[in-house]
Design a protein. Sequence first.
Length: 125
Amino acid sequence: MSSAGGHLAFPFSIGNDGRTVTADTLADQVLQELEQLVLTDPGERLFLPDFGGGAGRLLFETTDENTTSVAQATLTQAIQNWLAGRVQLQSVNVLATGSAINITIVYQVAGSPTTVQTIFQRNSP
């Protein structure tokens, strides 16, 4: 996989050498961008009010079929909108069981033959 080319890592941090930390590979950088998008709620960023997948809202919603369907559609649209050209989205699945929530996203980094599956989850307390 090619190098990320000096893009800042997420979350932002300073390394032991006093420089900002960068993503090691393009795949790492894209995963970090996906994490930012999924975990940011629309309206949370002042200068990008439409940015975000809204997964944080699931923490405070009733987890019924309607909520998971809307979340799945919102996440799919956000990924296709904000990461177009970076990610070839294959599927988004939101599953809620009781108060446990699993978001599974399957994608390819643009130009890569490798399929990646990442899971965001909140388990019931």
